[in-house]
Design a protein around this ligand. Structure first.
Ligand code: PLP
Length: 334
């Protein structure tokens, strides 16, 4: 055991939590996802979620745009049947790739039933489990072929590591991913692996605390007159059926379109830092809709749910009453 590297130690720690026979650490979450994409046949179609992490979307469209066709599947009523229908009518689907819950709208997909459909059609099913962490949800146990993580987020937990993880129980897939990682040289180096390993020791403590605090904040925001809507998975029976909890992610819409007022919230919070990452011990507030203005037209912002008044929050490990107090004083100024 003494000859194990930090990478091997961190890798097998996560693999145990995810019930994965094989695990691989990459130098970022997106790089792990690229490892999967590189293993798929060119000119095939990939089914993706309607909402998912913007960096994954960017990579798929800009760098793998000519290699694959992407077909978005909306979450909600009938999504499993929709996937079945698409798989029945096309031979050329190489993978279903989903986040559940999604970043940032927290949509939930029926992982178990989708896994059954994929298995019938021999189509690869990969789930990005970054938001839930293996403490609360295990996609491989629900039947997926691959589980993906951005280790940059909850797994390391201190916003000091950029890393990614792929887990599988399939030896052939592992061999493909391993070969792609070794040739590209995008494995996780010793120092970040060490930091990740240290972070993993408190993963369970952190995410349970974040989960509890985010529930309290969701309740507080839901009854606040300046908030028009709170997105949280705490009321999703589907999510409850496939996981044992959630972390600290929640999103909300402010009750105004006045862009100057919207910027005030992020500026005037003191405990919440203003930033786009997530999953660390420090709470972060992201004016998501404000950023999406640059990438999408007004019409697209509305269609996607990323309007100017849309915020995403990553709840850290501070005390709930302090975080609520911070939001209270910032919301008063709007
Ligand atoms: C951040 C994130 C990623 C990408 O991870 P990096 O480590 O930043 O490359 C992938 N999926 C989700 C859901 C994320 O939030």
């Amino acid at each position: 055991m003494e000859s194990e590297t930090w990478q091997e130690k961190a890798q097998s720690f996560i693999s145990k939590l995810e019930h994965a026979k094989y695990g691989l650490l990459f130098n970022s979450g997106v790089s792990a996802i690229c490892g999967i994409l590189a293993s798929l046949p060119a000119q095939s179609t990939i089914l993706v979620g309607e909402d998912f992490y913007s960096g994954t979307r960017y990579m798929m469209n800009k760098h793998f745009g000519e290699r694959f066709t992407y077909l978005p599947i909306a979450a909600g009523e009938g999504h499993v049947e929709k996937i079945r229908e698409v798989l029945n009518s096309s031979q050329n689907i190489s993978m279903v790739f989903l986040e559940s819950p999604t970043n940032p709208l927290l949509h939930v997909y029926d992982i178990k039933r989708i896994a059954e459909v994929c298995k019938e059609h021999k189509v690869l099913f990969a789930v990005d489990n970054t938001f839930c962490t293996p403490i609360f949800q295990n996609p491989l146990l629900l039947g997926t072929n691959v589980v993906v993580h951005s280790a940059t987020k909850f797994l390391s937990g201190h916003s000091d590591v950029c890393g990614g993880y792929l887990g599988t129980n399939d030896e052939d897939l592992y061999t493909k991913f391993h070969s792609s990682r070794e040739r590209a040289g995008n494995h996780l180096e010793d120092m970040p692996s060490h930091l990740l390993y240290e972070g993993l020791q408190t993963l369970k403590l952190r995410v349970h605390k974040q989960h509890q605090t985010s529930l309290q904040i969701a309740t507080y925001l839901s009854s606040h007159p300046k908030i028009s809507k709170v997105l949280s998975v705490s009321h999703s029976p589907l999510h409850a059926s496939q996981s044992t909890g959630f972390t600290g992610m929640l999103s909300f819409y402010l009750n105004t379109d006045d862009f100057d007022k919207l910027s005030v919230l992020a500026r005037d919070c003191r405990l919440f830092k203003f930033g786009t990452s997530l999953g660390g011990v420090d709470s972060l507030l992201d004016h998501y809709g404000g950023t999406m203005r640059i990438f999408y037209s007004k019409q697209e912002q509305v269609e996607r749910g990323y309007t100017d008044n849309f915020f995403r929050m990553s709840v850290g490990c501070e005390e709930a009453k302090d975080l609520i107090g911070d939001l209270e004083q910032a919301l008063e100024k709007i």
